[in-house]
Design a protein around this ligand. Structure first.
Ligand code: 3HC
Length: 301
């Protein structure tokens, strides 16, 4: 049965080439997923060749690991390796019909990227954003064809977590949304249609937890004490490990978006900001980073 608000699949367009903007943590995982499930050319771009090479290397290494685990036969693996490429030049997106971005969480940056991409791709090419918290409508607002912009939000680790939040912007048309759901199905994800609201559904919930945890830390409760506070719920990861997986900077920027939208519900934590400014990992070798503990204890929050 078709979920409410999801257009008929007959409106979906075929995807024959995928462009991934960014080659970082999420982007390279997305490139792997797309090439594995869609088996079409997937091209990654980033600011410099080193980042591009690292992203492509990640995809190739993961394909090799799937072969070693006998999840992929060598013939298919060889085909997939041949379908992945990278470039610093975005003109490689010219014939892509589905372009997804997973760059830094900054609205102006994303708008600037879409304006640039729009000049390269065809008017029908879908522009999908893996934003963690930023408005899909705002990203599309100044484009010539805002109707082809859609939110396509994955969860880390992308290969493992089944959920995909699909976000319809104010101007997203039915063909774009139908294509997004068709692609979600090909990727074997459980797609849900969610409102274009700050941090959508999952990240709003997660950030509420992170916000409460950092309010306790800011009030003087030690990091290792709040870290075990959710153990009774039996979640797969403790909050500080999850913070490390998501990346403290990403978590902070999602928190900023939510703090701006709902200041009474989401605190702007001085300690989380201090960690991000210091560029410190919160976990090292599966333990809370002692440098982070020192930083918090020495702070004035
Ligand atoms: N990348 C790729 N694959 C990974 C991985 C990673 N970072 N971490 C684990 N995996 C794979 C393993 O290879 C393994 O696969 P296999 O079965 O083929 O060998 C499988 O996941 C299970 O791993 P493990 O047995 O080592 O470990 P666990 O059973 O403890 O599971 C976990 C690890 C899946 C990461 C689990 O702890 C978990 O689900 N944690 C919660 C993660 C979560 O909540 N993510 C959402 C973050 S929010 C987000 O991403 C949104 C963004 O906008 C901020």
């Amino acid at each position: 049965k078709r979920p409410v608000g999801v257009p008929d699949k007959s409106l979906a367009r075929k995807v024959t080439k995928v462009g991934v903007i960014g080659a970082g943590l999420m982007a390279s995982q997305l490139a792997l997923l797309f090439v594995r499930r869609l088996q079409v050319p997937v091209v990654l771009t980033d600011l410099d060749q080193e980042r591009v090479d690292k992203g492509v290397r990640y995809v190739i290494d993961q394909i090799d690991k799937l072969v070693a685990k006998r999840r992929l036969d060598e013939g298919t693996a060889a085909k997939l390796r041949g379908l992945v490429s990278g470039s610093v030049d975005k003109s490689v997106f010219a014939d892509a019909d589905f372009v997804i971005e997973a760059v830094f969480e900054n609205l102006e940056l994303k708008k600037q990227i879409w304006a640039e991409i729009e000049k390269i791709v065809s008017p029908e090419a879908i522009l999908a954003t893996n934003t963690s918290s930023l408005s899909v409508s705002a990203q599309a607002a100044d484009l010539e064809h805002p109707e082809r912009v859609v939110g396509f939000h994955f969860f880390n680790p992308v290969a493992v977590l089944p959920l995909l939040e699909i976000i319809r912007g104010e101007q997203t048309d039915d063909a774009t949304l139908a294509t997004a759901f068709a692609v979600g199905k090909e990727l074997k994800k459980s797609s849900v249609l969610v409102k274009d609201a700050p941090a959508f559904v999952v990240n709003r919930l997660l950030t509420r937890v992170t916000s409460e945890i950092f309010q306790a830390i800011d009030a003087g409760t030690p990091l290792d004490v709040v870290n075990v506070a959710m153990d009774p719920l039996g979640l797969p990861m403790r909050p500080i490990a999850l913070l490390q997986l998501v990346g403290p900077a990403v978590a902070y920027h999602v928190g900023e978006t939510l703090h701006r939208a709902f200041p009474d519900r989401f605190a702007d934590s001085p300690n989380l900001k201090r960690i991000v400014d210091a560029g410190l990992p919160v976990m090292v070798d599966d333990e809370i980073n002692p440098e982070v503990v020192k930083l918090i204890e020495g702070g004035s929050a």
